[in-house]
Design a protein around this ligand. Sequence first.
Ligand SMILES: [Zn+2]
Ligand SMILES: [Zn+2]
Length: 245
Amino acid sequence: MLKGYRCDLHIHTCLSPCADLDMCPAALVEKSIAERLDVIAICDHNASENVEYVMKAAEGKPVHVFPGMEIMSREEAHILALLGTMDELLQIQDIVYRSLPGTNREEIFGCQAIVNESDEVEGFNERFLMGATELTAHDIVETIHRLNGVAIAAHVDRESFSVLGQLGFIPPDIGFEALEVSHITGRIKARELYPKLSDYPFIESSDAHFIEDIGKGFTTIYMEKPSISELKMAIEGRKGRHIGW
Ligand SMILES: [Zn+2]
Ligand SMILES: [Zn+2]
């Protein structure tokens, strides 16, 4: 049986230096449920330490969590990686950390807190998570696909840090499954703004950095169950799965 899942596939936690410290796993899960979201994806900048804690906070609760990451390419474009398992996410994490130079300067960029499902601080990430990796956008998408994940060009309606803004176009051979727009643009307007990209499915998500923004953007996706393989089928419009309006 297909069900329309309300999905917000781009949410940050307090691990992202630009996100609010209130974005800890338990609060974020509670707010997602209050916003009637069925599926969320945690996509911190170049990092994943809080993902398992969000998954723990969501255990037994009516919201499914996809492991994810928002990776910055050497061209300074943000790419969302959505994975099926923590193991696959950790493999991507390994590659990202080997390609991410520098250390964080908390006084400039903000704090990068690792917080567990009980609101306890487990530590701080010292890496320069706001920095660009040395990986090209092509490298990143190829790695995501090798690990059976879904690659989405983040916030293409934003000038800064988007594939469109940084490269000026979506390389046709790169193989993004979908393009993301903010709730301010929305998917209907995106179709008007980007007629050349009409072959791509668009999704809308919140890119929430603050609790109150969770669910402001979401996409209803028709699947049998929330899984990466079902999500892929919906994006490709196969076997009745599809992205709703
Ligand atoms: Zn971004
Ligand atoms: Zn983001």
